[in-house]
Design a protein around this ligand. Structure first.
Ligand code: NAD
Ligand code: UDP
Length: 337
């Protein structure tokens, strides 16, 4: 019997790559997504790439009744929860919308899980829960603290999950703290398709390389880093997807948190140089003021996930950029919605 996994936010960037991995590994995948930040075309791409059928329900997680019907209709055994709003700047402008969407969605989900006796959850958390880190690389035991409403929702959801875990020993909840996911499926048919002006570095750089944007603003060259630009732990989205399978297959009683990163950093200028080498195109940039709320360096200590989940992120920054470019050049307008 195939295990049925409910994937919330499964048509989104990380969710879609994880659905491919789940379907390829013999899971029955049921997606719920309100398509607020993704395309329904993704469903067919997941089917094509995995060679498996999957089920899609368009719904908003804040709609408890509709969510309950999905649990009634499928023999769901575990949930991977990606759905949520994720733009830091927007969360500062519209904090209530972020708290409302991310918290209410998750509470509805946990309520329906409890009601239907589904106790296994893998949740998309973020390295943002470490705020401005006191130690590098960052272990899971580092102190947490959010610097914006988006980060607050991640911390609050982690804490809600902790309380839920303490209420009933059946619960098995894994918080996956992602570092900086980039790249795309090697086919070039699935990748990140941000609406409007990309907030994140690599989608922006790709759009400059493909000619959709004139130049990149590098947010500060006076950080305390080797070349003065911000350093991040970029992780290939396909490695990240594999991390979800590993977490699902190694869930243990109670609550736990895992860093998903490589442990290796790249600076903004290194990303620019790698993109120029891979694409053969110049990436114009100029140095701009620091972006508010940014930190110099973010770097994972992934030892716990390596050991306890038997998982490792192997793909290097070059492969990440090669795959991101393959996706971008094959689909200059993304999914074109
Ligand atoms: P994404 O926006 O591509 O995917 C999220 C999906 O959730 C979208 O398809 C969107 O339509 C859906 N969604 C949003 N609100 C919903 C709601 N109320 N009901 C139903 N569906 C809803 O984002 P992503 O980059 O794939 O991120 C997935 C998760 O990982 C998010 O929770 C995000 O906060 C977290 N995360 C992302 C990053 C990153 O850099 N991409 C880093 C750390 C953590
Ligand atoms: N960055 C930049 N220009 C951009 C977007 C990002 O210089 O247009 C820098 C940013 O200051 C940070 C790094 O690139 O040092 C990664 O930023 P991103 O937003 O992708 O990830 P996060 O800051 O959330 O880790």
């Amino acid at each position: 019997m195939k295990r049925t996994i409910l994937v919330t936010g499964g048509t989104g960037y990380i969710g879609s790559h994880t659905c491919v991995a789940l379907a390829e590994h013999g899971y029955d995948v049921v997606i719920v997504d309100n398509l607020s930040n993704s395309s329904s075309k993704v469903v067919d791409v997941i089917k094509q790439l995995s060679g498996q059928n999957i089920t899609f329900h368009e719904l908003d997680l804040t709609d408890t009744e509709a969510l309950g019907e999905v649990f009634d209709a499928h023999p769901i055994e575990a949930v991977v929860h990606f759905a949520g709003l994720k733009a830091v700047g927007e969360s500062v402008e519209k904090p209530l919308w972020y708290y409302q969407t991310n918290l209410v969605s998750t509470m509805n989900l946990l309520e329906q899980m409890e009601k239907h006796g589904v106790w296994d959850l893998v949740f998309s958390s973020s390295a943002t829960v470490y705020g401005d880190p006191e130690q590098l690389p960052i272990p899971e035991t580092a102190s947490t603290g959010a610097t914006n409403p988006y980060g607050q929702t991640k911390l609050m959801i982690e804490n809600i999950c902790k309380d839920v875990a303490a209420s009933n020993p059946n619960w098995r909840l894994a918080m996956l703290r992602y570092f900086n996911p980039i790249g795309a499926h090697a086919s070039g048919d699935l990748g990140e398709d941000p609406t409007g002006i990309p907030n994140n570095l690599v989608p922006f750089v790709m759009q400059v390389a493909v000619g959709r944007r004139e130049k990149l603003n590098v947010f500060g060259d006076d950080w305390d880093t080797p070349d003065g630009t911000g350093v991040r732990d970029y992780i290939h989205v396909v490695d990240l997807a594999a991390g979800h399978l590993a977490a699902l297959e190694n869930l243990k009683e109670g609550w736990d948190a895992y860093n998903l990163g490589t442990g290796t950093g790249a600076s903004v200028l290194e990303v620019v140089k790698t993109t120029e080498l891979v694409t053969g195109k110049p990436v114009n940039y100029s140095i701009a003021p620091r972006r508010s709320g940014d930190i110099a360096t973010s770097l994972a200590d992934p030892t716990k996930a390596n050991n306890e989940l038997d998982w490792r992120a192997d793909r290097n920054i070059r492969t990440m950029i090669v795959d991101a470019w393959n996706w971008q050049s094959k689909n200059p307008e993304g999914f074109g919605d």
